[in-house]
Design a protein around this ligand. Structure first.
Ligand code: G3H
Ligand code: 13P
Ligand code: ZN
Length: 321
């Protein structure tokens, strides 16, 4: 067993406490490859933002779980060598089993999500409690989820949102002993969150408020929070892609949410869009190029800008390291 503290990682407890009292949210950015990871840590060092590095089950399968874990350790070294240290948590995104959560904890993750949101309530509660009991023995923090987001949640696909029922949250938090709770208030995963032209699709701030009333000061997590930046969707379509009707969560609504008990905001798709747009453009502009560094490099530069701007303008986490 490798303990995350020996790697210099932190769990999310302190981060969330400060984020709630400071009215901002911690960025939780997913990575699957080196360029994404480099961009995330560079942007967070540059903006002096705490960060949660997120690894999904799919990312572990894609990149190899051992390699990904060592990449995170390498990233931490880079952070420390920068002379401008920031708090970094390594988090399992959408863990779907007790065994997967344990495997991550034993390999040095400082935080795990156990996503039992598609299970019946009592089963979700029992599974989440089982993970929390184990994780807390190692001072690893645990995120649970209540309510189902529309779109694809790993292998679970849902056509519609099932908003979190505020009547459930107090009981769930008490019985499971989770450290944070992911809720469903209208966000969804992927690049097609709302219908194009739909009147500004509002997050259900009334449900968020009611949840806050039931569990005051408890850390809330928003998944599916990419804004599906139209600049990059446009570039993808311009350079041979086809992403018609891709729409995300307006950034001003995320900013608003970040001022509340929402203290972790998950963003993956926006990074995917930036990378794809830049690679498509670079290859179209330089058809003779066959050196991956020459199209991955510009993609990485643009990712840094995008993450840094999110920290400054959307999450409010810049300068909070
Ligand atoms: O919420 C899901 C994340 O965007 C991770 O996606 O399972 O395709 O790696 P993934
Ligand atoms: P997006 O697809 O909106 O980026 O959501 C990512 C996410 O929730 C990761 O858990
Ligand atoms: Zn998610």
């Amino acid at each position: 067993m490798v303990h995350y503290k020996d790697l210099g990682l932190v769990n999310t407890r302190e981060m969330f406490k400060k984020a709630i009292s400071g009215g901002y949210a911690i960025p939780a950015y997913n990575f699957n490859n080196m360029e994404q990871l480099q961009a995330i840590i560079t942007a967070c060092i540059d903006t002096q933002s705490p960060v949660i590095l997120q690894v999904s089950k799919g990312a572990r399968n894609y990149a190899n779980q051992t390699l990904l874990r060592y990449m995170a350790e390498g990233a931490l070294r880079v952070v420390n060598d920068s002379g401008k240290p920031i708090p970094v948590a390594l988090h399992l995104d959408h863990g779907d089993s007790y065994e997967l959560c344990i495997s991550c904890i034993e390999s040095g993750f400082s935080s795990v999500m156990i996503d039992g949101s598609s299970l019946p309530y009592e089963d979700n509660t029992a599974l989440t409690k089982k993970v929390a009991d184990y994780a807390h023995k190692h001072d690893v923090t645990v995120e649970g989820e209540l309510g189902v987001l529309a779109g694809i949640e790993e292998e679970v696909s849902s056509e519609v949102s099932h908003y979190t029922n505020p009547d459930d949250v107090e009981d769930f938090v008490k019985r499971t002993n989770v450290d944070s709770l992911a809720i469903s208030i209208g966000t969804s995963h992927g690049a097609y969150k709302f219908k194009p032209g739909e009147k500004v699709p509002p997050l259900k701030f009334d449900i968020l408020k009611e949840i806050e009333n039931r569990i005051p000061g408890f850390p809330i997590v928003l998944h599916g929070s990419s804004s599906v930046l139209q600049e990059y969707v446009g570039m993808i379509n311009q350079y041979g892609g086809s992403m018609q009707g891709a729409v995300g969560v307006p950034e001003d609504q995320l900013r608003e949410a970040a001022k509340s008990a929402v203290c972790k905001i998950n963003i993956d798709s926006d990074g995917r869009l930036v990378m794809t747009a830049m690679i498509r453009k670079s290859l179209a502009d330089n058809p003779e190029n066959f050196d991956p560094r020459k199209y991955l490099g510009p993609a990485r530069e643009e990712l840094i800008k995008m993450y840094a701007r999110k920290n400054r303008e959307v999450l409010g986490s810049a300068g909070k390291a």
